[in-house]
Ligand binder design. Structure first.
Ligand SMILES: N[C@@H](CCC(=O)N[C@@H](CS)C(=O)NCC(=O)O)C(=O)O
Length: 212
């Protein structure tokens, strides 16, 4: 049977799905999609995913999965022995709550305003204000998320798919010099100590020293 195929771009939100696959020790094929070169807008890519978005995962059976949360959930359900969805309904709800807040708010509302400012306003005079809005959205959301798991090492205690989502926005924050709340910074550093995370970052071309 064919291996699952991950369509990704190093350092993008796809890093979160890459981490889950690596943590699961699943064999998969990597298909880099160069966003800057517009590869996600080609007819070939759109024939697979008309949303033109990554991450995209094509399963062993050939099913095309899109949307971070859907892909992460599919992986969690497909490899239940790993326990990446926790062990109770409470765990599942906490995972979904954090993952959705990370993707829909921190990423799509916050970082999107910083990385793709012109999509929010064609007027260059407004770009600084749009970026500041993005920064405010990120600061508020990360503060809320950080408080949500005080006293726990990971979102639900043990590593789950929500930690991979949280990590990619923490990684972006560190890379763009956005200050993280203490608990999120500790989470980021804890994630960096995980062999699978280090492996993914190395494969995606990042070098880092020590724990942070
Ligand atoms: N809602 C989607 C969006 C993901 C997303 O925005 N991905 C970015 C890369 S980090 C992307 O595909 N950008 C290209 C575009 O939207 O045109 C998801 O959760 O998977």
């Amino acid at each position: 049977m064919a291996l699952p195929k991950l369509y990704m771009n190093p350092g993008s939100c796809t890093t979160g799905i890459h981490i889950i696959l690596q943590e699961l020790d699943v064999l998969f094929e990597v298909y880099p999609v160069n966003l800057l070169a517009g590869q996600h807008e080609t007819a070939e890519f759109k024939a697979l995913n008309p949303k033109s978005s990554i991450p995209m995962l094509i399963t062993e059976e050939g099913r095309v999965l899109t949307e971070f949360q859907a892909i992460a959930w599919w992986l969690g359900r497909s490899y239940p022995q790993a326990g990446f969805l926790g062990s109770s309904l409470d765990d599942e709800i906490s995972i979904l709550e954090v993952m959705d807040y990370v993707v829909a708010t921190v990423h799509m509302q916050g970082f999107a305003r910083i990385f793709t400012t012109d999509k929010f306003s064609p007027n260059a005079d407004e770009h600084e204000a749009v970026k500041q809005q993005g920064l405010a959205i990120i600061a508020k959301a990360m503060d809320i998320i950080g408080k949500q798991f005080i006293g726990r090492e990971y979102v639900i205690g043990n590593f789950s798919i929500a930690d991979a989502a949280l990590f990619y926005v923490e990684f972006w924050a560190v890379k763009t010099n956005i200050k993280l709340p203490v608990n999120c910074m500790a989470h980021y550093q804890r994630m960096l100590k995980r062999p699978a995370v280090r492996q993914v970052l190395m494969e995606e071309g990042y070098r880092f020293s020590g724990a942070a």
